[in-house]
Each structure stands twice: as structure tokens, then as C-alpha cells.
Ligand binder design. Structure first.
Ligand code: AMP
Length: 230
């Protein structure tokens, strides 16, 4: 199953994405993670991406689009993928659709976690990253995934803050891009919803991000089950 996964920064996409990855045994491809790995390894890609990321701006489409399209051609994507953080604007949405059409591949499902901007911001400022595993969710502002003291609640590993998570101006900029209905991420969502109306795919799964982690997971599993049994 090929899945496009949308939700503003702070909506719990990482947490739910880890669950989908486990259940469906498909790679969770997060563009933000790919960039951060490249920055910590000091690669050319990382050097090019760094300043945009620190400012909360998008890395240029010229860098991002080929990076993702190449990633989707890797062997582990043969049985499906969960794409998270891409497409993030209308241009990326169009280019991805063109590339998939060329390859004869469909995006089967679009999952959108819907969440109010202010709540998303509070959650971002509370989240902590486990140094051992990016899929270990920890957030000091969410009861269900509160860290164990200053350690990861799953493995006890060290926790750190993402630099771009503590900078309010950068958070606001990221949300400006997400909630932009003309050219931003919501425009990309609308583009795929329009395709869904016309072609029947991707199937649309909308989730209420205000709910607890468990409730969102339950809704997600039920709705995904409905999609795959159709
Ligand atoms: P995230 O981990 O999804 O919050 O992404 C962190 C940062 O990586 C974003 O604020 C952007 O600077 C960059 N980034 C991630 N995905 C994309 C994308 N699809 N296009 C451009 N920049 C991206």
C-alpha cells in the first residue's frame, strides 16, 4: 500500500507513522529525517539544506523532489511506502503525481491528521527526540507519551530537542507553509483530494488530531482496515 501522510508539525504524525510502519511493514519515509541525518553526517545535501531548515523554510524543490523520487525507487519500497513530509507544497504534489503516473504507480491512500494550529504549536514545543530511535515518541506536553524524567519512555535513551522546535518564529513559518491553501501543504492535500474525486484513488482517511494518541490510532486502524477491505 502506498500512503501519503499529512498533518501539521505537532499533529502526531511521527507517532502514528511508526505504528503504520509496524503494521503494514512498509518503510516510513520522512523527508525531515532524511535531511537531519544528512546534516549530522555533514554531507553535501545536509550542507545545502541546513540554513533553510534552521529558518523553518522549505528546502528547495530542486533538491527535495529528486531526493524523494530516488528514495521511492529503492528496493524496500517495492511493497509500498508511507511518505511523510512530502509533498509539502503544490509543486511537489504535482511533480510526485507526474512521476507516479510515469511509473504506473498509484498513491492508494491519503491520511490527513486535522489539527488546530495553536494546539499543534504547543505540542511541537514539548516534543523530545530519542537519540536511539526517532520512532520513540516523547512529549512533555502530552500525558500519554510523557518522557520518563529526562529519559526516553521506551528505551531510557537520552532525549534531545530539535533546534527548529524551540524557535517560535520558525514554528510559525512552518505552520504558515502547512496551512497555506494556495501553494502550501493544504494545497497539496486538496490537489490529491481532487484527484481522488476524479479517479477514486487515493482513498481519503481523515483523522481528528485533537484526540489522544490511542484514539487517533484506533480511528486510523479502523479506517485503514475499511480501505484495504474494499
Ligand atoms: P519535518 O521534520 O517534517 O518538520 O521537516 C523539517 C524541515 O525539513 C522542514 O522545516 C523543512 O525545512 C525541511 N523539509 C522537510 N520536508 C520537506 C519538503 N518536502 N520540502 C522541502 N523542505 C522539507
Amino acid at each position: 500500500m502506498n500512503i501519503l501522510f499529512f498533518g501539521p508539525n505537532g499533529s502526531g504524525k511521527g507517532t502514528q507513522g511508526a505504528i503504520i510502519k509496524e503494521r503494514l511493514k512498509i518503510p516510513h519515509i520522512e523527508t525531515g529525517v532524511i535531511f537531519r541525518e544528512n546534516i549530522s553526517k555533514g554531507t553535501e545535501l545536509g550542507k545545502m539544506a541546513r540554513s533553510s531548515i534552521d529558518r523553518g523554510e522549505l528546502v528547495s524543490d530542486e533538491i527535495t523532489i529528486p531526493m524523494v523520487l530516488n528514495r521511492l525507487k529503492e528496493d524496500d519500497c517495492i511493497n509500498g511506502w508511507l511518505l511523510d513530509g512530502f509533498p509539502r507544497n503544490l509543486n511537489q504534489a504535482v511533480k510526485l503525481n507526474e512521476a507516479l503516473m510515469r511509473e504506473g504507480i498509484d498513491a492508494d491512500v491519503l491520511i490527513e491528521i486535522i489539527l488546530d494550529r495553536e494546539i499543534a504549536k504547543k505540542r511541537i514545543m514539548g516534543r523530545r527526540i530519542c537519540v536511539n530511535d526517532n520512532n520513540h515518541p516523547n512529549n512533555i506536553n502530552i500525558e500519554a507519551i510523557r518522557p520518563d524524567g529526562d529519559k526516553c519512555r521506551i528505551c531510557g535513551g537520552e532525549l534531545r530537542k530539535r533546534d527548529d522546535d524551540q524557535d517560535e518564529a520558525a514554528i510559525d513559518k512552518r505552520h504558515d507553509i502547512y496551512y497555506d491553501t494556495e501553494n502550501g501543504t493544504i494545497a497539496a492535500v486538496t490537489y490529491y483530494k481532487d484527484l481522488s474525486d476524479k479517479r477514486g484513488v487515493p482513498a481519503i482517511v481523515e483523522l481528528d488530531g485533537k484526540n489522544s494518541v490511542e484514539e487517533v490510532t484506533k480511528e486510523l486502524i479502523e479506517k485503514l482496515g475499511n480501505v484495504s477491505s474494499k
